[in-house]
Design a protein around this ligand. Structure first.
Ligand code: RFL
Ligand code: PHB
Length: 405
């Protein structure tokens, strides 16, 4: 445990206590450790459990740069696949969008969240910084005082961490946001009436770019993790559970929603994983309170249609990290209010884009014939206009992040 000192009361001292070892917590921890700022990560689950969650697949260039800065980019640069374009289909008609051309030369990298997490875990292990997995009953105390602390149980033993700041990287259902007084929380939420059923398989991807498919039967997405591993999604009603589905039914439905020439060459195979994720937009504008900072899914959730969740988490991490460096190296606590201002400006733009992509591409049960024709006209307009291509491309590759000062 670097710099942190344990005493006989099992009290540990650190500068930043990080709650959650998902990508936000691990990335922040790695950057802080490299900058000489002591930190401890508390994670409720085991490391293997964290790695078993299949989630994001698309990294913006800014996210990739931050992962490199954290010293965890070597495998990403070797195995990640650069995508200079992305594809759309409407009722089976296939269109290519040149991301590079319409975003001023930018691209995205296809590299799974699981692999990002694994690389960050490996680097953390090498650095000797402390991560406590299977930390139970994590509780935050005196968060608006000069001496905040965190208590938890590990192997049924109680522990206490005295710290300067608490970084809540514990996802949507975490404990950190719940530790902010309810009357101080400013929240916004929208729940969509459907979810995404995802299937991962060791089969070659059906296309060399991602394909976002709008169809009257519902949305579908063809994605990938490598040249031999595919990831596909289907829009399903929010009332569906995994018991409503099996692999054969999944592949049959996918073939109906993707362009016919792709359906013909689609290689199917056994599912490595199948799960349903609900779709929601949520923003907690109180991203900082007392000594607490909220980062990533702890502060905001977007539907996955814009591939923005992990990338927003990374931009929160970048802002929090630059702020902690200013605080510890230059005593600049006056910059603390900037955290929320900078993050929210980017968050709301990504929330808007993710909402728009969801409305643009999904089938709404409540929509009538008129709405469907308007959706078709909107698709036609966006896909065939320079302005339409530009607005999708510049949002998809990621909007810029403001500096602290
Ligand atoms: P995480 O990953 O949820 O990690 C939070 C961690 O905190 C732990 N935790 C606690 N630890 C201690 N004490 C407690 N009381 C705790 N409560 C919780 C949890 O166990 C967990 O380990 O949040 P983080 O780090 O902010 O990362 C956010 C991303 O995971 C998320 O935004 C993305 O996965 C969203 N997302 C996508 N994002 C993209 O940028 N590009 C994509 O292509 C993309 N695709 C997706 C996605 C999310 C999806 N699902 C499942 C919602 C595709 C899907 C299907
Ligand atoms: C994924 O590969 O998991 C993925 C890709 C793009 C998205 C959402 C998910 O928009």
């Amino acid at each position: 445990m670097t710099k942190a000192q344990a005493n006989s009361q099992a009290t540990i001292k650190t500068q930043v206590a990080i709650i959650g070892a998902g990508p936000s917590g691990l990335l922040l921890g790695q950057l802080l450790t490299k900058a000489g700022i002591d930190n401890i990560i508390l994670e409720r689950k085991s490391g293997d459990y964290v790695l078993s969650r299949i989630r994001a697949g698309v990294l913006e260039q800014g996210t990739a740069d931050l992962i490199r800065e954290a010293g965890a980019g070597v495998r990403m640069d070797k195995e990640g696949i650069i995508h200079k374009g992305t594809d759309f289909s409407f009722q089976g008609e296939h269109h290519h969008l040149d991301l590079e051309k319409y975003s001023g030369g930018k691209h995205v990298i296809v590299y799974g969240q699981t692999e990002v997490t694994r690389d960050l875990m490996d680097e953390r292990k090498k650095s000797g910084a402390s991560t406590i997995y299977e930390a139970d009953h994590v509780k935050l105390h005196d968060v608006d005082s000069e001496s905040p602390y965190v208590t938890y149980h590990h192997n049924d033993e109680p522990f206490r961490i005295n710290c300067d700041y608490i970084a809540g990287c514990d996802g949507f259902h975490g404990v950190t946001r719940k530790s902010i007084p309810q009357d101080k929380l400013v929240e916004y939420e929208k729940v969509y009436p459907f979810g995404w059923l995802g299937l991962m398989s060791d089969t070659p991807p059906v296309h060399d770019e991602l394909v976002y498919c709008a169809h009257e039967r519902g949305f579908a997405l063809c994605s990938m993790r490598s040249e031999t591993r595919s990831r596909y999604y289907l829009q399903v009603p929010d009332t569906d559970t995994i018991d409503n589905w099996n692999e054969e039914k999944f592949w049959d439905e996918l073939k109906r929603r993707i362009p016919p020439e792709m359906a013909e060459r689609l290689v199917t195979g056994p599912a490595l994983e199948m799960s349903i994720a609900p779709l929601r937009s949520y923003v907690c504008e109180t991203m900082q309170y007392g000594k607490i900072f909220l980062l990533g899914d702890a502060a905001h959730i977007v539907p996955p249609t814009g591939a923005k969740g992990l990338n927003l988490a990374a931009s929160d991490v970048e802002t929090a990290f630059r702020l902690f460096v200013k605080i510890y190296n230059e005593g600049r606590t006056d910059l603390i209010p900037r955290y929320q201002e900078i993050c929210l400006a980017r968050v709301w733009k990504a929330v808007r884009f993710s909402w728009w992509m969801t409305m643009f591409l999904h089938r709404f049960e409540s929509a009538g014939r008129f709405d469907f024709r308007v959706q078709q006209a909107e698709f036609d307009y966006f896909i065939h206009s320079e302005a339409g291509n530009t607005t999708i491309a510049e949002n998809y590759v990621g909007l810029p992040l403001e500096e602290l000062e």
